[in-house]
Design a protein around this ligand. Structure first.
Ligand SMILES: [Zn+2]
Length: 189
């Protein structure tokens, strides 16, 4: 048993995270308090950055976490974050504030084939971003690949849509022979 320094409850050792640096091998605050503390520090930081912490965090996951839903459209296509933002979040915050960031806006890459860097990014509303994504995300190679997968019946339209990170209706229009440049494909489903 051990007493938590924060909530003062006496709890079994299993309620504490292990910490090899401490004498008895466990942290001085219980798991629950540790969790609350880290949530609070995340919220404080989120407030302090006016939501930018979240923008940066999601950006990192899209680019470097293969388990993220959108990874195939970002990291999976070689989209990266420039080093100054990746290793120094203050540089990112400073750039964002100087470039019109307001809470609720999303970061958008001007050239979809290039990564996240000051010269290729701007802030847009979610609706602008969605339009942009649907319009530009698929290359001619992707279109060929989609039609191939479809005609060989190797994957369902739903699977193809998920893989390319676009809606199923876009895939269905491509498979029915429409070209990417046709206006209908720009419509957000
Ligand atoms: Zn506690």
């Amino acid at each position: 048993m051990k007493t938590c320094k924060t909530c003062k409850k006496t709890l079994p050792l299993s309620a504490f995270h292990k910490d090899r640096n401490l004498k008895d091998g466990y942290r001085n605050i219980c798991k629950q308090c540790a969790c609350q503390r880290s949530r609070k520090s995340w919220r404080d930081k989120l407030d302090a950055t006016n939501g930018l912490l979240d923008v940066l965090h999601s950006m990192k996951h899209r680019c470097y976490n293969p388990r993220h839903n959108s990874y195939s459209r970002y990291g999976g296509r070689g989209i990266e974050i420039c080093e100054e933002w990746l290793f120094d979040e203050n540089q990112f915050y400073q750039w964002a504030i100087n470039n019109g960031y307001e809470k609720g806006l999303q970061i958008d890459r001007i050239d979809n084939s290039k990564g996240y860097a000051p010269e290729n990014c701007r802030f847009v509303t979610p609706a602008q971003n969605q339009h942009n994504t649907d319009r530009c995300v698929l290359s001619d190679d992707d279109i060929r690949c989609i039609r191939n997968l479809h005609s060989n019946r190797r994957k369902s339209q739903r699977q193809i849509a998920k893989f390319f990170g676009v809606s199923q209706s876009v895939i269905s229009r491509i498979c029915s022979g429409k070209t990417w440049k046709e206006e209908s494909l720009c419509v957000t489903p």
